[in-house]
Design a protein around this ligand. Structure first.
Ligand code: DC
Length: 221
């Protein structure tokens, strides 16, 4: 069993690297941000305030969130329906960030995430994988990149999806979300003491994977 925790701020390239590591080692990839985004979507669809612990505590027992691995790809289902790309909009990023600060939501998603790592070799990416979800992971990586590089990547991603936005808007959203995610009192996005910092501001996709594999191999020795 190999369990890898990959954390870091939004736009650092966690999901690309996690997918590449999963392919390289033939292990399963769980994108935990997708779970928070799906809870955010549930709040939006039911007209629930994503900042309200009380309203969300009432909502959660009535929603069903499942993760299925289909053809090697993770698919998240909300009440039996695949969420697809609906969770990938800037609006859903803000909803996800809001609900992720609530204790009831973190508790709700804890078992799904833990359960995954119990029976599979996994790489999980998120904000608190190395600190809360898999504190005993074999390898922990904290992936960062400069604000400018992250905003440019996110802008290109959104443009490729046909979402109309600007660099300044993306940068401002990103900073707001970074502040909320790292400043919250519960499971803040911070580097675990035993995580290895990897800055990929100046690395392309291939070299980011190479650097990560080096970290993993040296930890596994
Ligand atoms: O990685 P992402 O952008 O898809 O994550 C969406 C939001 O969910 C992000 O603002 C922070 C939150 N999140 C979290 O609090 N803990 C995780 N393990 C993953 C995501």
């Amino acid at each position: 069993m190999l369990r890898i925790a990959l954390d870091g701020p939004s736009g650092a390239g966690k999901s690309t690297l996690a997918r590449d590591i999963a392919d390289y080692y033939g292990i399963t990839y769980l994108d935990t941000g997708a779970l928070y985004r799906t809870v955010g979507l549930a709040a939006k669809l039911r007209g629930v305030d994503p900042h309200s612990e009380t309203e969300m505590t009432e909502l959660l027992p009535t929603v069903k969130i499942e993760v299925r691995i289909e053809a090697g790809e993770q698919r998240v289902y909300l009440d039996g329906e695949p969420v697809g790309e609906r969770i990938r909009t800037p609006e859903m990023s803000m909803y996800a960030s809001a609900v992720s600060a609530l204790p009831c939501v973190r508790e709700f998603l804890y078992e799904t995430q833990r359960g995954f790592a119990k029976s599979n070799s996994v790489i999980m990416d998120g904000r608190d994988i190395g600190t809360v979800i898999l504190p005993d992971a074999d390898v922990k990586i904290y992936l960062v990149a400069s604000d400018e590089v992250r905003a440019t990547r996110r802008l290109n991603e959104l443009k490729a999806k046909g979402i109309d936005t600007t660099y300044d808007e993306v940068l401002a959203d990103m900073k707001r979300r970074d502040k909320a995610d790292s400043g919250r009192s519960i499971a803040p996005a911070v580097k675990a003491d035993d995580a290895v910092l990897l800055d990929n501001s100046n690395l392309d996709r291939e070299n980011t994977l190479k650097a990560a594999v080096q970290i993993i191999e040296s930890k596994m020795k």
